[in-house]
Design a protein around this ligand. Structure first.
Ligand SMILES: [Zn+2]
Length: 493
């Protein structure tokens, strides 16, 4: 049994300004044997495929895995960038010899110029290469924006069920196992997609909390009570790709039972619609948020994580401005992205220098004004460290240039040359910050950090600050969203 493995994955923030070209992909693209070698043993989709194939004695034929290199602020993939990898996958499939199945690791939130539904198009081109008799299974991120066009061409669609994403390997394994069963004739996969018409900011999609927790619990009930229902999952979607299939989709995979697939997917879709207001809540803006967080700290609740989820570039200054204005102490911002200031510090300053710089607020009108800070440089360099939290534990992070300024009163501002998160403590300790001494940690993140920080921090405090990833989607100007999409252009309740 021979199964081809390929992937082409991107979560494209179309509110960024610059198009994405091959240059952003090519250095990270894996081809041929690299696809298996580079992913083996790392908890991700491909390693899940490998595990299932090894358990079932299937041969994997690795072709191509294209993902962007980290960093950068790019938007829509150019058509030629999309074509290059979608066509290369098809070409490699044509040259792969006799195949019984195909596993495709896609993301689901790709946006490509001139290609309205990129993942469906990737699968269509793969389908044209292998013909109708070869099964194609797709794995997707929970932030996928998809509709029936994908299920029209793929035999099975398997969406991960966790955010923070900790089940990519498990999902890859499930998809591969089902593919092998289908090839053997043990099952006949039938997949449907249903869409309730809801778009939600990522910050409302954590799967350990309402509403996603309840939707996924109902999925589990369905799966447990219906033997022929093989997989039922919800992709709440990615709100920052302005594409025609934006928003939530429910995927049901059954063993040859279209009616059951439709019934289950519609039930979940209806339940999601009844919970729509939980996917679009009002969150406090930075002035009131910082005031309330300081009050929580006064009450002994520390540390508090402020999740500034709107900042996809890393340069927004709204929270920094409020922390300074309201006189907060014992805080850290592990990254404010400012390539120019970072370069200037690298060239002209050294550790222990006192410097005054204007940071952030350079990307667009949502960034806020640059903020002047004076502090002592306590760290400079390019930290390299291992992740210590449940997400990607053991994988190595290589930062660009960063400088940590101590502004006095245990206030730490890390100036970085690109967006720098700290989804676990390693991002802080790697620049010499004593995490235990902090009352407030400001993360430019939405949910992934919670895999680690929920066990460490007393409070996770999401806010509604301006940025290209606004939590309030009505602040964004969409062009491709279909009519009657909640909450963007929905007229009813
Ligand atoms: Zn995701």
């Amino acid at each position: 049994m021979r199964i081809a493995v390929a992937g082409f994955a991107d979560e494209t923030c179309t509110f960024c300004l610059e198009p994405t070209t091959e240059e952003r992909f090519e250095p990270a693209v894996q081809r041929g044997d690299e696809v298996l070698e580079e992913n083996r043993g790392i908890p991700n989709y491909i390693n899940g495929y490998i595990r299932a194939a090894e358990a079932e004695d299937a041969e994997l034929v690795p072709l191509l895995y294209a993902k962007k290199t980290p960093g950068g602020f790019q938007s829509w993939l150019t058509t030629s960038c999309f074509d290059r990898y979608a066509d290369e996958i098809a070409e490699r499939l044509r040259n792969a010899g006799q195949l019984d199945g195909v596993l495709l690791a896609l993301h689901g939130a790709m946006a490509a110029s001139g290609v309205p539904k990129p993942e469906a198009e990737i699968v269509r081109r793969a389908r044209a290469a292998v013909g109708d008799d070869v099964f194609i299974m797709v794995t997707l991120d929970l932030h996928a924006n998809e509709d029936h066009e994908l299920t029209d061409v793929a035999d099975g669609v398997f969406v991960i069920k966790t955010y923070p994403h900790v089940d990519t390997e498990e999902t890859g394994e499930e998809a591969a196992r089902r593919l092998i069963q289908a090839i053997r004739g043990d099952i006949k996969p039938v997949t449907v997609c249903r869409r309730p018409g809801i778009v939600s900011a990522s910050i409302f999609q954590a799967t350990s909390y309402h509403p996603m927790k309840d939707l996924l619990a109902r999925c589990r009930e369905w799966e447990e009570s219906e033997e022929r229902l093989l997989y039922l999952a919800v992709a709440p979607g990615y709100a920052y790709a302005d594409v025609p299939d934006i928003g939530m989709s429910v995927f049901a995979v059954t063993d040859d039972d279209e009616e059951l697939a439709s019934e289950a997917a519609e039930d979940i879709s209806d339940l999601a619609w009844s919970m729509r207001h939980s996917f679009a809540r009002d969150l406090p803006k930075p002035p009131e948020a910082v005031a309330e967080v300081m009050e929580l700290v006064d009450q002994g609740k520390r540390p508090v994580i402020i999740a500034d989820g709107a900042d996809r570039i890393g340069d927004t200054t709204h929270v920094l401005h409020e922390l300074l204005r309201q006189g907060a102490e014992n805080w850290a911002i592990p990254g404010i992205a400012d390539p120019q200031v970072a370069e200037q510090l690298e060239e002209t300053a050294s550790v222990d220098d006192e410097v005054t710089v204007e940071v952030g607020g350079w990307y667009n009108e949502t960034s806020g004004d640059p903020v002047e800070v004076t502090g002592t440089i306590r760290f400079m360099g390019r930290p390299r460290y291992e992740r210590v939290g449940p997400m990607g534990k053991g994988s190595v992070v290589q930062d660009g240039f960063v400088a940590r300024l101590n502004l006095g009163n245990n206030r730490h501002l890390v100036i970085s040359d690109r967006l720098r998160g700290s989804n676990d403590s390693a991002g802080l300790t790697s620049v010499g910050i004593d995490v235990d001494s902090l009352d407030i940690i400001v993360l430019k993140d939405r949910v992934h950090h919670r895999a680690f920080w929920d066990d460490v921090a007393e409070v996770d405090y999401p806010i509604n600050a301006p940025g290209i990833g606004f939590a309030d989607l009505r602040e964004l100007e969409y062009e491709n969203v279909p009519p009657n999409t909640f909450p963007i252009n929905y007229e009813g309740e």
